[in-house]
Design a protein around this ligand. Sequence first.
Ligand code: HEC
Ligand code: HEC
Ligand code: HEC
Length: 445
Amino acid sequence: MMHPINVAEKSDVGFARIPEGETDVRPGFVGFTTRGFLAAVICVATLAAASAQTPPAPIVVDGPAHQAPWVRYRDWSQTTWPTYNTLSERTRTPVATGKPIDIVGEIAGDPKKGQDLAFARSRGGGCLACHVMGPASQETPGNAGPDLSEIGSAGRPDSYLYNYIHDPRHLNAASSMPPWGAHGFYNDEEIRHMVAFLKTLKTPARFRSALDDPEKRPKPVEDRDALDPFVNPAVDRIDAGRALFAKAGPGGKSCVSCHADEKKFAGWAVTMPRWEPRMKKMLGVEEFIFRHASATTGEDYRMQSTGNTDLSVFLHSLSNGLPINVDISSADAKPVYDLGKTLFETKIGQFNFSCGDCHDPNRGGNKWLRGQFVGESKGQLDHFPLWRTSRGAGQVWDVRKRLQWCNVQVRADVLPPDVPEYDALELYLKAQSQGYKLTAPNIRH
Ligand code: HEC
Ligand code: HEC
Ligand code: HEC
């Protein structure tokens, strides 16, 4: 598979840049457990095996699959945004009143100050993240929004421009632009300066090169050989996972004790997430690893621990070349898929973005946010876990961590990795990759 990646910038979306660190595993994370408690809630395989040809995999059904209490990764922004929607708290964000702010007469502002504000990356990323803004546009503006180079001669009244910036939902209920004023990115005076600047824009953009023009900039193509260990450091994690597969846990058993031939798991990872009737939720690969290992070898592989990720890389790699094949139509899976679809369109965070605002090809998908190319949702989940080159010295991320990151980027509080909301989004996105062949671990910006 060839996949678009960003080659132009060092971080994710410019307008939500988060300080980055080197490592993701916190000291004291691996090894935290109360084994006695876990042992007591183990679902013994034989109990449910009566009718099935293959017994169901033993799992620990109770308790979280993540480090508890959940805390955000040490190298991520620790800011919280308690007044805005998350994927689970979907009614926190104040509803737009529907009434534009009354602007009397012409707006007086300083166009120079307005330009500085519009171009400043530190102010929520600046308007250039999505708009080309005339000849003065700096390097690599984006095109997720319309070219505003001639907005000054488009006949837009001052009150329209003011209100569109303050809260576009008043003028366009379907807007995918953040409510810059209503959500506190810019104050009244700053918006007035930006209106004054917009009114000076009357000349088509001139670009120094095709690279500066988001309409002509070549879309990045991922054509590295992801399975070459010299290209992708995460390939070594296949063997690290295989070693854990053979390692005896506290009870003396290893995975190999019960699964002598790893090849029988070819074709398993591509069917995940899958409905787990004993928990009445879906389990992705990583949550299954924790719950099944706790019940069999007694090893504690919490989600996002190194051991969990290594086993995930290993188990995924056994399905390389096989098509993604998730169940979305059974009576159990359908409602989860539907929830995923709803969540994909749910506005969250201070930026008030839904996943679709950035990844739907009719909106931000296959367009540029400054120098960052945003892919459409099709084909996103045929290559996890992956090596993220943009993360310090590089990190292996599973799919849940990527979903969490797409929350922090829009300034929405992150949820623990095993919540039903991420199950649903993973299933919905996997369905957009149905039939695509798995290549894991992969490598992305
Ligand atoms: C995340 C992308 C994004 C960013 C960043 C962004 N916009 Fe927009 N903007 C849009 C989109 C998309 C539209 C068109 C329709 C809509 O509202 O979804 C738009 C429309 C507009 C319009 C209305 C244009 C018209 O023809 O009526 C104005 C004015 C505007 N933006 C100004 C700004 C200003 C000023 C900033 C910076 C404070 C900014 N935008 C930042 C995405 C963005
Ligand atoms: C005590 C025996 C035992 C041990 C140890 C064990 N498993 Fe299993 N595992 C089972 C049984 C029983 C099943 C269900 C029947 C089957 O698929 O073989 C299963 C199923 C699985 C499945 C398929 C699940 C599905 O729903 O189809 C995977 C993947 C798996 N095990 C991985 C592992 C890994 C990784 C380890 C080590 C952390 C491990 N197992 C340790 C007994 C064990
Ligand atoms: C502000 C824009 C924005 C929003 C909103 C957003 N994303 Fe992303 N997302 C990105 C960017 C930028 C990337 C990295 C470039 C790429 O791979 O498309 C990315 C990457 C991803 C990837 C990895 C793609 C790959 O091929 O490796 C997944 C999966 C993803 N996003 C899912 C989501 C989900 C689910 C949501 C909603 C909860 C969401 N995103 C919301 C901008 C966004």
